[in-house]
Design a protein around this ligand. Structure first.
Ligand code: URA
Length: 241
């Protein structure tokens, strides 16, 4: 891969900026100063340094963010603040996008990546990756609801959902539950509860597959996935059919 491309990808500016860095003799490859950016390097194995700082090349980025309410989980929007706006430029330059959306009024776990295959595997109904939500509903949740969710719920458009795994946490005129589902139909959680006559008043995604929202992340905060979490993502990719 061309050195100038590697450096541009890793956030050292445009090709022109990179040219300037090289001209100033600030770039070395395997200890030798380089004279132009057209040389080909192995970005994973060659030791590339800029101003004596090593460049750790990677193609993909995997991030978890605790999406706050009021933010839309799109990549761009003319009017609204998006989840991408919450990321610093050195993460944005990888062009990450959300693997599965969360409603504007919902909060919690969103995984952002520029690895399209991982995003697909996390969200594809065929892969049946379980998404777990903490939900507050207006109304009393009973064992009958648990049973109904386990059978699958018929939504307003006639679609019968796959079984939902509903656990009652508290039950009263306002109830709290955890719900695990393996699909991601439009407003699915809200529509499942609407179908049993209850309104969702708070919705937070806690988990996608093996990846659980880091409880130390305040709303709006993000971190890169750990090695174990990345391994899980890549295992989905490896298992693809
Ligand atoms: N279900 C919903 O209703 N909304 C979401 O954001 C996610 C799942």
């Amino acid at each position: 891969m061309r050195l100038d491309k590697v450096l541009a990808h890793m956030g050292y500016g445009s090709r022109k900026d990179v040219k300037e860095l090289i001209k100033k003799e600030w770039v070395t490859v395997n200890g030798a100063r380089v004279k132009h950016g057209r040389i080909h390097v192995d970005p994973y194995n060659d030791v590339i340094m800029v101003k004596q700082t090593p460049v750790h090349y990677r193609k993909y980025i995997y991030v978890m963010i605790n999406k706050p309410q009021g933010i839309i989980s799109a990549t761009t929007d003319r009017r609204e603040k998006t989840i991408i706006d919450l990321l610093p430029p050195d993460v944005q330059r990888f062009n990450p996008f959300p693997a599965g959306r969360l409603d504007k009024d919902a909060e919690g776990l969103v995984i952002l990546t520029n690895d399209g295959e991982v995003a697909h595997q996390l969200t594809s109904p065929k892969k049946a990756v379980k998404k777990t939500y903490y939900v507050t509903v207006d109304g009393r949740i009973t064992e009958k609801d648990v049973w109904q969710f386990a059978q699958g719920i018929i939504l307003d458009d006639g679609y019968q959902t796959k079984p939902g795994d509903l656990t009652i946490l508290t039950s009263g005129c306002i109830s709290t539950v955890e719900l695990g589902i393996t699909e991601g139909k439009f407003h699915q959680v809200k529509r499942m509860f609407a179908a049993v006559g209850k309104k969702v008043i708070y919705l937070k995604r806690l988990q996608m597959g093996d990846i659980r929202l880091d409880t130390t992340l305040e709303p709006g905060a993000f971190r890169e996935l750990t090695k174990t979490e990345r391994k899980y993502c890549l295992s989905l990719k490896a298992k693809k059919n």
